[in-house]
Design a protein around this ligand. Structure first.
Ligand SMILES: Cc1cc2nc3c(=O)[nH]c(=O)nc-3n(C[C@H](O)[C@H](O)[C@H](O)COP(=O)(O)OP(=O)(O)OC[C@H]3O[C@@H](n4cnc5c(N)ncnc54)[C@H](O)[C@@H]3O)c2cc1C
Length: 423
């Protein structure tokens, strides 16, 4: 019967097979640990699958920045808006919104920036080694990220933000009309300038995560797909049995890497993780011959455009609507419509649809992940809430998890990522 003690026993049990879960397994195996990973769907069936693929170290400003909440309220009634908050009566959601508003101050954002930067750069450094070892054919390239604008006011605001992030080491170049077209010839004449971040990289996310998934299997991890954690039981200061759809699992150490599902999984332990799902979409098309070769960010329409091998991906929208995974075609269309004004006719000609996808970003109120030991438990490590930058932070999160499990001091100061920071 499901839930019987000792059905399966293991050294380290990881719950969740997204980028965070597989990277945790990768580093734990390196430490010689015996690893079991359970995933309710297939490896990489959550947010890690169809995201924009940006390893954007320049993204050091968290989602909760001044003005974003008011913008969300202004867009509340627009069915095609890129940012949407669905009003609902839910205590956890109300608390999250309150915490999010509290985090959206200049002071808090400034404090978060160096912490996010340290995680971003440490993670970027780890990608090439993992890609080499797992032989991931994920089109990793470090060609930078180009933010393109058609409106002088929006461009000026982006330049101002780039000046602020430069204070913590984020490089940028301000590009005028000529310079931006020289840098990326597929941009249309509507574009008047932009900001280029040369340190950023990109990959095809699912190819990366699946390659790591294969590698951990080949290196001895037991990976159980189609196994859902149903309940975690407390046993003194430990997580005891993890009840699943395929029986009980007992582990010396448990790692929670369930993305947007993490609060539901941790709930029975009395652990209140303020993580809200923020739905986003991507549309992947066959790559036209003259399409952009550098990833683009179009802040005016809030769309990212990422070349991935022979495909091109458009991603966007942030919908705070709970765990709802339904597809709103008006928002999908708004993403598709948000691209052509920025590209030449050639660059958008004959784009054949490959896939429409949606996923749930696991958003914390302050944009920082929860990484570390859960207080009150001796054997539970949490790695969740990576918000809009989880792909980029996957490798370093996995490494930090392995350090916590080994009772080593984490190599990065994680004060701001403390699991218990909201009580
Ligand atoms: C449109 C969009 C664009 C994005 N673009 C970027 C980007 O360019 N760069 C970037 O860095 N980030 C980006 N992100 C964010 C990024 O995708 C996430 O932060 C990241 O994938 C989170 O990884 P994760 O492993 O924590 O969660 P997930 O990938 O969601 O993995 C969690 C896994 O846990 C499994 N699970 C859940 N409950 C259970 C259970 N009870 N039992 C067993 N398994 C369970 C799920 O099935 C899932 O596979 C984007 C997100 C979206 C939606």
């Amino acid at each position: 019967m499901a839930g019987q003690v000792g059905d399966h026993s293991t050294d380290v049990l990881i719950i969740g097979g997204g980028v965070v879960g597989v990277c945790a397994a990768y580093y734990l195996l390196k430490q010689g640990r015996d690893v079991t990973l359970i995933e309710k769907g297939d490896i990489c069936s959550g947010a890690s699958y169809g995201n924009a693929g940006l390893i954007a170290v320049s993204h050091v400003v968290p989602l909760a920045e001044p003005g974003v909440f008011a913008q969300g309220l202004r867009w509340l009634m627009r069915p095609d808006s890129p940012f949407y908050i669905r009003p609902r009566l839910d205590r956890d959601f109300a608390r999250w919104l309150w915490l999010f508003r509290r985090a959206a101050t200049h002071q808090r954002v400034r404090a978060a920036m160096p912490a996010i930067r340290d995680l971003q750069f440490a993670s970027l450094d780890l990608f090439p080694g993992i890609i080499d070892e797992t032989q991931a054919e994920c089109h990793f390239e470090q060609r930078g990220l180009l933010m393109a604008f058609t409106q002088p006011k929006k461009l000026a605001a982006a330049v101002e933000e780039a000046r602020v992030t430069a204070e913590v080491g984020i490089e940028y170049e301000e590009l005028d009309d000529d310079a931006i077209h020289a840098r990326e010839p597929s941009l249309s004449s509507n574009v008047i300038g932009g900001v280029y971040h040369p340190q950023d990289a990109h990959i095809e996310p699912a190819a990366f995560v699946r390659a790591v998934g294969r590698h951990i299997r080949e290196n001895g991890a037991r990976v159980h797909e189609g196994v859902e954690a149903l309940g975690l039981e407390r046993s003194g200061r430990n997580v005891g049995v993890v009840t699943t759809t395929r029986g009980g699992f007992q582990a010396r150490e448990v790692v929670l890497a369930g993305g947007a599902w993490s609060p539901g999984i941790a709930g029975p332990l009395g652990l209140r993780l303020p993580i809200q799902a923020a739905k986003g979409y991507s549309v992947t098309v066959r790559r036209p011959e003259t399409s952009p070769s550098i990833p683009l960010l179009l802040p005016e329409t809030r769309v990212a455009v990422t070349p991935m091998g022979d495909t091109l991906r458009f991603a966007g929208t942030l919908e705070l609507a709970g765990m709802d995974l339904s597809v709103n075609m008006r928002r999908v269309q708004a993403i598709v419509d948000g691209v052509p004004p920025y590209l030449t006719d050639d660059a958008t000609a004959d784009m054949k649809l490959v896939e429409i996808w949606r996923g749930l970003r696991p958003c914390s109120p302050d944009g920082l992940p929860f990484i570390g030991r859960a207080s009150g438990y001796d054997n539970l490590t949490v790695a969740a809430g990576h918000s809009t930058i989880g792909l980029a932070l996957g490798p370093i999160t996995g490494k930090l998890v392995s350090q916590f499990v080994a009772h080593e001091a984490p190599e990065i100061d994680l004060t701001l990522c403390d699991v218990g920071r909201y009580g």
